[in-house]
Design a protein around this ligand. Structure first.
Ligand SMILES: Cc1ncc(COP(=O)(O)O)c(C=O)c1O
Length: 282
């Protein structure tokens, strides 16, 4: 079997990835009660760690989940990154930080054992220069109890991504229940509209992506509510995420956009790559 991770840390200690296990009764396993973050490890440094730890805390607060303090998590991340650097020549790796409700009774009620904390890192698949997307027939629920939280209840994303891949695409995009453009399964969406770059506001139900926030702050992107059809009608558009960075969208539902990348997208991609090269924790 191909190695899933090159380094792992579970509940306080580094472990060999093959022995990185949790209880079969962990509430993350039984009901998806957990939160997580995916970070980019860029030349041996976790990018935007502060923002990721802040978002993990916000997601945990939404679930009423206890998480260890930031120093504990940052130390665990540093230990795993140290292993990645020692074990491989990877210029870039992905690091995942997961906190679950811990061992619990079999129903939805949480147990008293305290959280399970897992940090793992592995290779990052090479990124194609552009991505084809499909708008899926299911909606994001902007009024969900979990709206805006990055939880381990991601099976809707699994189904949507499989739907997109079955149509030859690399990402699935959701509208919300109001028919507004929302986000991808693991990415935010930015659309060129009348010479401006626009991304849906958090009220659409999308995740507050770290990359989204950085392009909003640094790359002339604005927030505005958009009908989902604005994506297919755009001249240019791109996805943002920790693993994709700024990735131009080549086609929507099989129809090519006019430019991939368009000029606005190319400028945003250049701005983001400068930031990545110059500031490890913006
Ligand atoms: C649902 C969803 N939206 C957006 C994103 C992009 O967020 P980030 O830029 O922090 O990776 C992710 C990240 O995986 C996600 O899971």
């Amino acid at each position: 079997m191909e190695a899933i991770a090159v380094a792992a840390w579970v509940d306080g200690a580094l472990v060999h990835p093959e022995r990185a296990v949790v209880s079969a009764f962990d509430h993350g396993v039984t009901v998806g009660d957990g939160v997580f973050e995916t970070l980019l490890v860029h030349h041996g440094v976790p990018f935007a760690l502060r923002r990721h730890l802040e978002r993990l805390e916000r997601s945990a607060a939404t679930l009423g989940l206890e998480v260890p303090g930031r120093e504990v998590l940052a130390r665990a991340v540093a230990e795993v990154v140290g292993e990645v650097v020692a074990a491989s020549e990877l210029a870039q790796a992905r690091l995942r930080l997961t906190v679950t409700g811990g061992p619990a009774p079999l129903g939805s009620g949480r147990g008293a054992a305290g959280p399970t904390v897992i940090v793992a890192a592995g290779a990052l698949e090479p990124l194609p220069p552009t991505v084809d997307v499909v708008v899926v027939p299911w909606t994001r629920n902007e009024r969900s109890a979990l709206a805006g939280a990055k939880t381990t209840s991601y099976a809707e994303n699994v189904v949507a991504l499989a739907h997109a891949r079955g149509r030859g695409a690399g990402e699935a995009v959701f509208a919300n229940t109001r028919g507004e453009l929302c986000e991808g399964t693991g990415s935010n969406v930015v659309v060129g509209v009348d010479g401006r770059l626009v991304t849906p506001p958090l009220s659409s139900g999308c995740l507050a992506g770290v990359t989204r926030a950085l392009v909003l702050e640094r790359c002339q992107v604005e927030e505005a509510v958009l009908p989902v059809g604005a994506l297919a009608a755009a001249e240019e558009a791109f996805l943002t995420s920790t693993t994709r960075g700024v990735q131009p969208i080549a086609s929507v539902d099989g129809r090519p956009l006019a430019r991939a990348p368009g000029p606005l997208t190319a400028a945003a991609a250049a701005g983001f790559s400068d930031l990545l090269a110059s500031d490890p924790d913006p």
